[in-house]
Design a protein around this ligand. Structure first.
Ligand SMILES: [Fe+2]
Ligand SMILES: [Fe+2]
Length: 281
């Protein structure tokens, strides 16, 4: 069948069949299975939830920013996160799977709640640590994995988003270093406070078992496997922890404080790799 005839036949086919045709085409084109696309739908939906949380966090943080330039920069970050939501949602549309455009999993709501407490306490350092450092670090690990292991469309999109998230992390590192110089003790207290609230929530999402997401997406939770992305949970957790250690290091936090925090992560599944500098300190 010629391309034109195939397109006409596709247009005339019932909607269900049309959608199956498109899915089959993509599967052949990218040599990916249904399991792969279900996994990507799950990951993209959870990524969108993280982006929605980021939009809210950055927006809520604006009044705490000390200068007008800082406020403008923070609004820009919120705007970039909102573009990420639209990009991920349009990928779902192109690949013909459902993605959520709102937060579903409870961990995101928990982090949002802690972030709001920090705003109420006017603890700018805790806000920056939670959003710019911790959430961005996990976003970087996620988009890096999709860039490396995803199909060409997903990899290209992840690569674009990754550039923004790396920039957000750099902005956060510069901001935190400044605050650390002015008040090392206070900022280390904020780090400890934020770490124990946010890191267990973020780490618990490096998982293919969920609370409600698969039900909402109408996919079989038990059948999801990271093998479809040629990786596994342990590999991602190790990379996430190593990247977090690197972030804390770059922010100039005291290694004595951070080593104790990293150590505490073993209780919720964080096992640093042998070459992680702080973990072996
Ligand atoms: Fe983002
Ligand atoms: Fe970001």
């Amino acid at each position: 069948m010629s391309e034109v005839t195939a397109a006409v036949a596709d247009d005339l086919a019932p909607v269900d069949l049309r959608s199956t045709n498109r899915r089959n085409e993509l599967q052949t084109q990218h040599e990916k299975t249904d399991g792969y696309f279900n996994l990507i739908a799950y990951i993209a939906s959870n990524a969108i939830a993280g982006e929605v949380m980021a939009v809210e966090n950055y927006s809520e943080m604006v009044p705490l920013m000390p200068t007008t330039d800082d406020k403008i920069e923070t609004v820009k970050q919120a705007h970039e996160e909102s573009k990420h939501i639209q990009m991920l949602a349009s990928l779902g549309k192109r690949h013909d799977y459902t993605v959520m455009r709102e937060i579903v999993e409870p961990q995101w709501f928990n982090i949002r709640r802690h972030f709001s407490s920090a705003v109420q306490n006017k603890d700018l350092a805790a806000c920056l640590i939670m959003q710019d450092l911790m959430t961005e670090t996990m976003a970087i690990v996620l988009y890096r994995t999709l860039k490396r292991q995803g199909d060409p469309d997903t990899a290209a999109l992840a690569s674009k988003i990754l550039e923004d998230e790396l920039e957000h992390l750099e902005i956060g590192l510069t901001r935190i270093r400044g605050l650390l110089e002015a008040d090392p003790e206070g900022v280390h207290e904020s780090l400890k406070w934020a770490h124990h609230r946010v890191m267990p929530e973020l780490f618990s999402m490096v998982s293919t078992s969920c609370h409600f997401l698969c039900d909402r997406l109408n996919i079989d939770c038990g059948a999801l496997s990271l093998g479809d992305l040629k990786t596994d949970i342990d590999e991602i957790r190790i990379e996430a922890l190593d990247t977090y250690v690197e972030t804390l290091d770059k922010a100039n936090f005291d290694p004595v404080v951070t080593a104790a925090l990293i150590e505490s992560m073993q209780s919720y599944g964080g096992t640093p790799s042998m070459n992680s500098a702080l973990a072996t300190a």
